[in-house]
Ligand binder design. Structure first.
Ligand SMILES: [Fe+2]
Length: 238
């Protein structure tokens, strides 16, 4: 796998392993800033599919996904990642849509079927662990372990931005302090108001068995993900 494989919107599904597919989507944040965001799909033991952080899909991508399995679950895993839920529901009206706690208040126009909670994995055949990072009233995020693939899904708390084809974006990431390293998002850090609670949460998560980190923005970490996460959480003094 090369850097270019994962960066800046290589079209189509990328098959990470027999359990996980990913799709990167470049969009214009606030209509201006090109930003790559990622969707992932996990195939469960019964070959049904679970989708994380929806992005727009072409007809061809929908066809390929449907050949892989029946999409049953879609989770909007933090309060910021909900822009593409509408088109997803149009394509998959029978799927069960989950909201991270608090998102249902921001998206009153969208009918979620359930609010994510620690009980949620029972619906997902016990293949997952899920915890809620309740940063503040402005920020909640689901941290999700897929046990069979030993993958931890983190939305915005972690970034891994590598240099891209937009020089001014590289400068912006560098100024923001997140270029070319796995690090926590400075904005998300500031939105975690109860650090003692966050510390306790991540202490538990660091006991989980995972190797791979999939985050929404930047290159994934395939090996050594737990150590990278621990390093990125220096501000929690774990
Ligand atoms: Fe994001």
């Amino acid at each position: 796998m090369t850097e270019a494989t994962w960066l800046w919107g290589k079209p189509g599904w990328q098959h990470l392993n027999p359990h996980v597919w990913m799709k990167d989507h470049e969009f214009r944040f606030v209509g201006l800033v090109p930003l790559l965001t990622r969707m992932a799909v996990v195939r469960l033991a019964d070959h049904s599919l679970w989708a994380w952080s929806a992005v727009p899909l072409t007809d061809r991508e929908v066809k390929e996904l449907n050949e892989w399995g029946q999409l049953k679950f879609v989770i909007a895993p933090n309060v910021f990642h909900h822009f593409f839920l509408g088109p997803m529901k149009q394509k998959y009206p029978k799927a069960i849509f989950y909201a991270t706690p608090g998102l249902e208040k921001r998206r009153k126009d969208f009918k979620f079927d359930r609010i994510a909670s620690i009980e949620t994995p029972q619906d997902w055949q016990n293949e997952f662990e899920l915890r809620i990072l309740r940063g503040s009233r402005f920020y909640t995020e689901c941290l999700i372990l897929h046990k069979p693939s030993r993958t931890l899904f983190v939305v915005d708390m972690l970034f891994h931005q590598k240099e891209c084809r937009h020089p001014w974006i590289n400068l912006a990431w560098k100024a923001y302090g997140v270029l070319n390293k796995v690090t926590s998002s400075p904005i998300c850090r500031r939105l975690v108001w109860n650090r003692a609670e966050a510390r306790k949460l991540f202490q538990e998560i660091l006991t989980w068995d995972f190797e791979t980190l999939i985050m929404s923005h930047g290159e994934i970490v395939q090996n050594g993900g737990k150590e990278k996460l621990r390093e990125a959480l220096w501000w929690l003094k774990i």
